[in-house]
Design a protein around this ligand. Structure first.
Ligand code: F6P
Length: 381
């Protein structure tokens, strides 16, 4: 019998967090289950920061479907299995705080915790599950790279925002005969860049999975010029790298393993400069950044998030813990969290959000790659 459940949102925010929360709460209410928000991701478990969620008038979860962000906050730096603790004397230690969190879960009486997040979040969820906590994951991230699911919530909104930016860059690029570069998010997977390039009619899409040759990109631009098109639109994922080169990191932090410690960015500017030098055409870079994550979700993301949230609660009612809700062959389904994290048995052994993570990257056989190539989008190779 489920009586009390907790919901936590963890990792970088996306449009759709609140829609998932609302769907879990509504489904729970229909079964007499009480829902609590765990504030600021995994941090809330440690700090015992819980807030009742209800869709009744004046309830926290009322009217949140179109709202961006997360009403229960989120955290991009909390891995409770290797938690950064700053001591009174200023020294830093990394401690396993998971037992303390489990004590808090038991004390408060949570029968299940829903973990809304990407691969790092689901790794921690799997680790808690291994230690006996009942968890159910919901796959989130604009990067669309969580393993075992065909789509994550938040991704469609990011693609739409990027597509709109490309439409706008087209008209200014055409007017001034310029190369317009748009840098979008996508650390290790180029889904946003690839799909928005198709949706927004870009001429070139550079993704982390295909290291680019800048001369091949310039060649495409020059060929367009020969055909009387003296402007070009390039979309580049922040994690794109040149052949034989590295990703562009603008900042690093030290919050231990299991969290994302690098801030990517800058590759768009580098590419714009190089293309200007090689082609002689003026080039400009625009970095789309957090525009892709903020604000209201698209209709697609509202529906996907609602499906995910209600299915997650359904799984909890059926006692199917230690799982992740997924879309498989276009239909709602679930898989074991073990499969999501790559069957890595050792707790904390693999950190999230790294190149070594079990991520769903763009495969060369994907329809999007074939479509892009068929219509002449240059992929930098
Ligand atoms: O993983 C999602 C994501 O939006 C990445 O595309 C991006 O590199 C990262 O988060 C940025 O996160 P932060 O909020 O730490 O800047």
């Amino acid at each position: 019998m489920l009586k009390k459940v907790g919901i936590l949102a963890n990792g970088g925010d996306v449009s759709g967090f609140n829609a998932v929360i609302r769907a879990i709460v509504k489904t729970a209410e229909n079964h007499g289950v009480e829902c609590y928000g765990i504030i600021d991701g995994y941090n809330g478990l440690l700090k015992k920061d819980f807030e009742i969620l209800s869709t009744a008038a004046e309830g926290e979860a009322m009217g949140i479907l179109p709202k961006g962000g997360s009403i229960i906050g989120s955290s991009t730096n909390a891995n409770l299995f290797n938690y950064k603790v700053v001591n009174e004397d200023g020294s830093i230690e990394y401690k396993d705080m998971s037992d303390k969190a489990i004590e808090n879960i038991k004390e408060f009486g949570f029968d299940c915790i829903f973990t809304l997040g990407g691969d790092g979040t689901q790794k921690s969820a799997r680790d808690f599950s291994t230690k006996g906590v009942r968890v159910i994951g919901v796959p989130k991230t604009i990067d669309n790279d969580v393993a075992c699911t065909e789509i994550t919530f938040g991704y469609n909104t990011a693609v739409s925002v990027s597509m709109e930016a490309l439409d706008r860059l087209h008209t200014t690029g055409e007017t001034h005969h310029r190369i317009m570069v748009l840098e979008v998010m996508g650390r290790y997977a180029g889904w946003i860049a690839l799909e928005s390039a198709i949706a927004g009619g870009a001429d070139i899409a550079l993704i982390p999975e295909i290291p680019y040759d800048i001369n091949r990109v310039a060649e495409k631009i020059n060929n367009r010029r020969k055909r009387g098109k003296n402007f070009s639109v390039v979309v580049v994922a922040e994690g794109a790298k040149p052949k034989g080169g590295d990703i562009t990191i603008i900042e690093t932090r030290d919050n231990g393993t299991g969290v994302d410690n690098t801030k990517l960015g800058g590759v768009g500017q580098i590419i714009a400069q190089q293309l200007q030098e090689i082609t002689g055409l003026e080039a400009r870079n625009t970095t789309l950044g957090y525009m892709q994550r903020g604000g209201t979700p698209t209709a697609y993301d509202r529906v996907l998030s609602t499906k995910y949230g209600s299915k997650a609660m359904e799984l909890a009612l059926e006692g199917k813990f230690g799982t992740l809700v997924v879309i498989k062959n276009g239909k709602l389904d679930f898989v074991s969290l073990e499969d999501v994290v790559g069957n890595n048995k050792k707790i904390g052994a693999v950190s999230g959000n790294t190149e070594e993570s079990n991520l769903r990257k763009v495969s060369m056989e994907d329809d999007l790659v074939k479509t892009a190539r068929n219509i002449g989008i240059n992929l930098g190779d």
